[in-house]
Write a protein of this length. Sequence first.
Length: 274
Amino acid sequence: MTDATSGPKPSEPPSQPGPPDAMSQYFQAVRQALGSIEMTQVPVIRQAAERFAATILTGRLVHVFGRGHSWMAVEEMFPRYGSFPGFHPIVELSMSYHNPVVGANGQRQAMFLENVQGFGPELWRNFAVTRDDALLAISSSGCNAVTINVAIDARLQGMFVVALTSQANAAASTSRHQSGRKLHEVADLVLDQQAPPGDSAVWIKDLQTPVAPLSSITSCTIINLIKAEVARLLTEAGHSPKVTTSACYLGADRARRLFEETYDDYRRVGVLYR
């Protein structure tokens, strides 16, 4: 396993009375986290991008798995605009469809299901994966059983596994996996989100708990760094990706055609069902 971390300090109330303006705190936390990513994570991000580009060039897929709020980073990779095929987003709605909050499909059920043991083999039985595939597994705490199990089983099947997680958050959290291991401990390569323990970064006077998480911003930043580097590598290899692109760049007709071409190209996921 390879990682590169600088470990942001735990998020805790400022020692001086009267914390600064809430929005100023958040801006500062974002700048610090993004600066840490630039200073410490670029080499491992390049390693991940090189591995993912190689996977795509062989005609195989980079699976991207996340549950809970991590689904946002999954869909940031593909299929949103500015993205391209080669990545296979996997989001389980039973653990990610949070807007009902209570009742059917409520948050209690999702939080229960994310720590069910043995999920990995059940997921991968749906797909004809090979050792040439790769997995990007996303979890800020890196401690929920389902994501760990998906990563463990992917490695058992020979896939190269990259974890996108927060080392500081993981250090402050307890693994829910039956092995006691955390996501960064079961991956081949680790990308650190640089989010604080508990994720939230803003302290309000007279409020005992922090608010405003960072990992959505830092995860999506790393996702787009990977995406940009993979696009460069594919293009240099003579296999420029088909990118879903806004009409403001290409005009409505060309953008519409490229949209269709991109999703036609996504049919490459058919290799997973042969």
